[in-house]
Design a protein around this ligand. Sequence first.
Ligand SMILES: [Zn+2]
Ligand SMILES: [Zn+2]
Length: 341
Amino acid sequence: MISHARALIYHSREDLRIAEVPLRPLTEGEVLVRIRVCGLCPGEIMDWYMAKKAPFTPGHELVGEVVAVGSGVTAFRGGERVVVHHHAPCGACRFCRRGDSVHCPTWRSTRLIPGGLSTYAIVPPPVVERDLLPIPDHVPDEAAAFTEPLATVVKALRRAGLREGDRVAVIGLGVMGLLHGMVALRWGAERVWGIERLPARREIAVRFGILPLSPEEAAERIREESEGWGADVVVVGPGSVEAIELGWSLAAPGGTLLLFTPTPPEARWPVDVHTLYFREIRVIPSYSAGPPEMREALALLSEGLPVESLITHRLSLEEAPQGYQAMRSYEALKVLVYPFR
Ligand SMILES: [Zn+2]
Ligand SMILES: [Zn+2]
C-alpha cells in the first residue's frame, strides 16, 4: 500500500516546495491514482487567487492511473488510465438539476488529496462516481491532459450561445485563447479574430486558422471586416477591466461578451448600461466546468483536436516552479509536469 506522496506545496509566489505528504488509507468510494502527467493552469499564476488557498498543492489538469480502490467501488478495479477532475457535483441538488455543477455545494467542497502536482492523489467519491473518465487507448496522456482546460472552453462557448456562422473575437492568445479559437472554428464560426499584443503568439494563432490582430488595430479591423457590426461573440481572456473594456468595444448588436477569467475582488467595471440595453449585449461569465463538458472535451480530443502542438515545456515536479516562471514571462504556452520524471 502506498503511504506517501511527493507533492509540490504552494506557500507563496516565491515559495514553492516539494514535500513528502502522508496518504491515509482509502475510505469507502475513494480511488487512489498514480499521476502520469499534470498540466499547469494559467489560474495558478494569478497571485491573488492562489494566496487565499495557500498553503496547498495546486494542479487540476491531470491524467492518472488507478492503483487502488476503496470498498464499494465497482466501476474501477485498478490499471485504468483516467482523466481525473478535481471537483464533482452531487448530481441531485437544485443547482445540479439546473445544470449548474459549479454552484453545487458538493462540487465546491470536493478536492483531490493532496492535489494534481503530486505523485499520487486520493480521489473523493463524488469524483469517482461522476467525473473520473477512462481514456480511450488511442488518446495519448499529453492530449488527455487538456481535458479539463478544454472543458472550460466548451462550457464558455456554450454559455456564450455560439452559433454556426458567428463571428468570434478572442482577446488573449495564450493556451486558453487558442483553445477557444480552435473550438469556435470547429463548431462552425465563420471567422475567429485573435487579439494579442505578442507577435510570436499571433504567429502561432495563424496555424489554427485564427486571424491575428494587435489590440491597437482590433476595433477598426473588426469593424471593417464585419460590415461595421463587430463580433457576435467576444471571449475576454485576461481577467482585467482593460480587457473587458476592449471586448465591450468589439461586440456586435445582439452579441455576447464572455468573461472567461475572474478579475481581482476589488475590480469594478463602470458599464454604459444605456448602450448595453439598446444594443442588447449579453455579459456572460463562465467559471470552470462540470461533468458534461469534461466528457465533451474528451470526445473532442479523441477526435484529434490538435492540442499537443501547444505544449512547450515538459518538466519534473522539482522543475514546476520554472514552469510557472516561463508562463509569467510569456515564454511558455502549455507546461506539462511529469511527477515521476
Ligand atoms: Zn485551470
Ligand atoms: Zn449538486
